[in-house]
Design a protein. Structure first.
Length: 399
């Protein structure tokens, strides 16, 4: 079959009505982090209805579906998560209703609801992309495995990271986190640290007898802001950043006590040329220059979480397959960019699986009260994902 006929066969095998209906139903199932069991069952049912060769839910609740290839090409792992953040002030968060996308300055219709673009609809799109290959009579050269994982929103190790550590591997990877149907090559790394500033308690009526830990924070905050202004800028991944995302003082039980401890959570996003170790060293230097060489008695810093930097070269076979697939659907070469936030594809990349991003939806709507995903975007991304899978596994029509 020619490339044009293969593309036409894929498109004919995608049922837009069925796809949109499945996405709406997924959004209607509440699936907060740690509470994904019902939506996991739904995704597994979708995989079976899309004729996957093997479907299972592991001990952590991850859904793993496989389509077996002919054994003549490389394998590919497709990943997306099925949990979502709390709804906050979002109204009708689980309606899954079809709305006019014009309210956001977009065209066509959109599915509204928490977890729509972040990212249950993306997962359903991947499942239907794989199903389209089966229905079109197109066989991947290598195995295709779709991992719909849990607890991504809290950086839990129970998701795709545990699946990989359990022995599941692939030659290439695709994350279907939102990319607006464009091709993403990665994202910045994240290092989270706990900073402690230590003072001395006193009665609040005699504050001069103590050392208020809250007051100690002011100079550190000023120096951190100055430090932020000089951080590197990566032409693909964007600027390195640092910010404080939480702060609490102790004792804090309503008594008249000058606090002797402040704990701060510091978020440091790093780019190529930096490492978690260099970032930690730079933060230590700020603390040392501010409070002296008194680590342990006046200040301390501890790395509490690391989300690795993700980068796959544009020359990689999976990136090239995605670029060609997106161009075939859109009629123009896609933009090649990077996410602002982190995705679980980074753990695939870290495990030696070159991974790129290709998914429906705009990441700017993630975690917001206006979260939604365009229906046309969903259909087009499904077409692109299917083409990418077939191309990167070197599959085609059976002889």
């Amino acid at each position: 079959m020619s490339n044009n006929s293969i593309g036409a066969a894929i498109d004919a095998a995608i049922d837009p009505v069925e796809l949109i209906d499945a996405c709406r139903r997924a959004v209607q199932i509440e699936s907060l982090t740690g509470e994904e069991a019902r939506v996991a069952q739904f995704v597994a049912e979708q995989m079976r209805s899309q004729q996957f060769d093997d479907v299972r839910i592991d001990a952590n609740g991850n859904v793993i579906g496989s389509l077996f290839g002919s054994g003549t090409g490389p394998s590919v792992m497709v990943n997306g998560h099925i949990d979502h953040v709390p709804v906050g002030a979002m109204k009708t968060p689980f309606s899954g209703e079809l709305v006019d996308a014009g309210r956001w300055g977009e065209s066509g219709q959109a599915i509204f609801g928490r977890g729509s673009c972040d990212m249950k609809c993306n997962v359903i799109a991947a499942v239907h992309a794989v199903g389209a290959l089966k229905r079109a009579g197109l066989r991947p050269g290598g195995n295709v495995v779709v991992v719909a994982d849990v607890e991504e929103e809290t950086d839990s190790p129970k998701g795709v990271k545990s699946v990989i550590e359990g022995g599941l591997r692939a030659d290439f990877g695709i994350s279907v986190e939102s990319t607006r149907g464009q091709v993403y090559l990665g994202h910045r790394g994240k290092l989270e640290c706990k900073v402690k500033l230590i003072g001395r308690t006193s009665h609040a009526s005699e504050p001069s007898n103590g050392l208020n830990a809250i007051y100690l924070t002011t100079e550190f905050i000023q120096r951190l802001q100055s430090y932020a202004e000089g951080l590197a800028n990566d032409e693909l991944l964007g600027p390195a950043t640092v910010t404080i995302t939480g702060m609490h003082s102790y004792p804090d039980n309503g008594t008249a006590v000058v606090p002797d401890l402040v704990e701060m959570r510091v978020d440091r996003r790093y780019v190529r040329g930096e490492t978690p170790q260099t970032c930690l060293s730079e933060l230590q230097l700020i603390l040392r220059s501010t409070y002296g060489d008194l680590e342990g008695s006046r200040w301390s810093i501890e790395a509490t979480n690391h989300y690795p930097l993700m980068f796959t070269p544009e020359s990689s076979a999976v990136a090239q397959a995605a670029i060609v697939a997106a161009a075939d659907v859109d009629g123009a070469r896609p933009s090649v960019s990077a996410w602002r936030f982190g995705v679980n594809g980074t753990f695939m990349n870290e495990a030696g699986i070159p991974t790129i991003g290709l998914g429906p939806g705009d990441e700017k709507w993630a975690h917001t009260p206006e979260e939604h995903i365009g229906t046309a975007d969903l259909i087009e991304a499904t077409r692109k994902i299917a083409r990418t899978i077939l191309a990167v596994t070197k599959g085609g029509a059976p002889n």
